[in-house]
Design a protein around this ligand. Structure first.
Ligand SMILES: Nc1nc2c(ncn2[C@@H]2O[C@H](COP(=O)(O)OP(=O)(O)OP(=O)(O)O)[C@@H](O)[C@H]2O)c(=O)[nH]1
Length: 306
């Protein structure tokens, strides 16, 4: 390297002195090899944000390249685990001695999972948006895992109103006549019989959890699986007609308002060993042009706020 290259970060004066909460880079392209429980090691195309605090008021700036190169080592030489992620943060801080005592990295990627169909035994890919945020502050490490789970929600109010219309139509069609099994059965199979259907909507649960302090392994699939099992109507990958019929049955047997979905996930996450959790439920209504939304948190002091 030429000896005479100016090094502004060392030599120039800050235009204005003062400390900063976070300084770094956003949206760094970062292919990673992810290790997570019950999955083979999997390549993911992450976008990373990397930061350190700037605690020295008169320092011109931080050393962006040191953050970038630490992430590059994670990408090329290591597998992403809570341990390697903590080591990256450690490196951010140790390469910014006298400047920073806190570091943060945010990794955004899509996790493709093989998903089984409901009945037909087929399989397909389904991708889940994942964000891992790791922070070290005063030597304390925290790791947040965030996933979005997409599912179908059928409105219980709409279902009750539709049932009433079906009852009324039945009254109109068959009142005063002796009931004939065959004609009732045939009538039930027509759109005149089931003349109303409740509205359903594609819905998304945004789930964030704070992993236990001593976590050694990610379990992203585990979190997605328990949330989907609790909601019961996750969006499907491979679908044959028998799967579609089963999906219709599951929707009919798991009618839910956004409050129901939020309460279910709150009760579920309360039973896990996460330090904290945050849930935002979004029902993208087909009845309205606006959404039905509910929030829940664990209720930890200094933790997530709804
Ligand atoms: N701090 C800072 N650096 C920036 C910014 N925008 C671009 N850079 C550039 O990021 C590059 C890398 O910075 P450094 O890590 O200090 O690079 P370096 O001096 O070669 O590396 P070291 O010898 O490790 O300090 C420099 O060329 C900066 O000009 C910014 O807004 N802030």
């Amino acid at each position: 390297m030429p000896t005479s290259m100016p090094d502004i970060a060392h030599s120039a004066d800050a235009l204005q002195t003062g400390t900063l909460d976070w300084v770094g880079m956003g949206d760094i392209e970062l292919p990673l090899q992810l290790a997570s429980k019950d999955l083979n090691e999997i390549p993911v195309n992450a976008k990373a944000d990397a930061f350190v605090s700037l605690d020295k008021p008169d320092a011109k700036g931080i050393h962006m390249s040191r953050l970038f190169l630490a992430l590059d080592t994670l990408s090329c030489e290591q597998t992403l685990t809570p341990i390697t992620l903590a080591a990256v943060l450690d490196q951010f801080v140790t390469t910014h001695k006298d400047l920073s005592n806190a570091a943060k990295v945010v990794l955004n990627f899509e996790l493709p999972l093989r998903r089984a169909s409901l009945l037909s035994g087929k399989q397909g890919w389904k991708s889940y948006p994942v964000t891992i945020t790791a922070t070290i502050k005063e030597q304390a490490l925290s790791i947040e895992l965030a996933v979005d789970v997409t599912y179908s929600s059928t409105c219980p109010c709409s279902a009750a109103l539709a049932r009433q219309l079906i009852q009324n139509a039945f009254e109109e069609k068959f009142s005063g006549q002796p009931l004939d099994h065959e004609s009732v059965h045939a009538w039930l199979g027509t759109t005149e019989g089931i003349l109303a259907t409740p509205h359903s909507q594609r819905s998304i649960a945004n789930i964030k959890v704070q992993l236990p302090t001593d976590v050694k392994e990610f379990d992203i699939k585990g979190l997605i699986d328990i949330a989907e099992q609790e909601l019961k109507t996750p969006v499907q990958a491979a679908v044959k007609r028998e799967d579609e019929q089963e999906f219709a049955r599951l929707n009919g047997q798991n009618l839910m308002f956004c409050e129901d979905a939020a309460r279910k996930l709150k009760a579920l996450l309360d039973k896990q060993d996460y330090k904290d959790f945050y849930v935002k439920i979004n029902h993208y209504e087909s009845l309205h042009a606006h959404d039905a939304v509910a929030f829940a948190v664990k209720g930890v002091e200094q933790g997530y706020k709804a």
